[in-house]
Design a binder for this molecule. Structure first.
Ligand code: 5GP
Ligand code: ZN
Length: 134
């Protein structure tokens, strides 16, 4: 299914031209318009799923296999030293486009790209709460 008001539906299906690194029947991989680092790319399914919760299981598997292929190839092309895979779900988690996508962010030694969080201590209360209710 496509969503007529969704920019990523249009990009993924070629209705709006964009820098495409790879395409198959399920996905388009494009360069992010506001890259965190040189080569920052997005894996976008051609069908509309708002987020990972909604994503079809088979496509979820294929997306990860494609990510592996892309970062292997792009590491050779870009000469980067590592990769972050980032996938945001929900506004509070930083999602701004509500069509599932997986960020492939190349990392270069000392690049200063800010992907991180403050390390807290796992409390006994949280551990017991989560494990007891799962
Ligand atoms: P999110 O914050 O939802 O995880 O990521 C959305 C990403 O899509 C951002 O990194 C943003 O730069 C990128 N983006 C938004 N609109 C466009 C567009 O029209 N073209 C491209 N190539 N990237 C876009
Ligand atoms: Zn869409």
């Amino acid at each position: 299914m496509k969503d007529d008001n969704c920019i990523f539906c249009k990009l993924a299906n070629g209705e709006i031209p964009t820098a495409t690194l790879y395409e198959d029947e399920d996905f388009r991989v494009i360069l992010d318009a506001n890259p965190a680092s040189k080569g920052h790319a997005l894996i976008i399914p051609k069908e509309h799923y708002a987020n990972l919760y909604e994503l079809d299981d088979t496509l979820a598997g294929k997306a990860m296999i494609l990510a592996k292929k892309m970062i292997n190839r792009l590491t050779d092309v870009l000469g980067c030293d590592g990769y972050n895979l980032v996938q945001n779900n929900g506004e509070c988690a930083g999602q701004t486009v509500f069509h599932f996508h997986l960020h492939l962010i190349p990392r270069y030694k000392d690049d200063g790209v800010g992907i991180g969080w403050k390390l807290n201590e796992l409390t006994e209360e949280d551990r017991e709460d989560i494990l007891s209710r799962l």
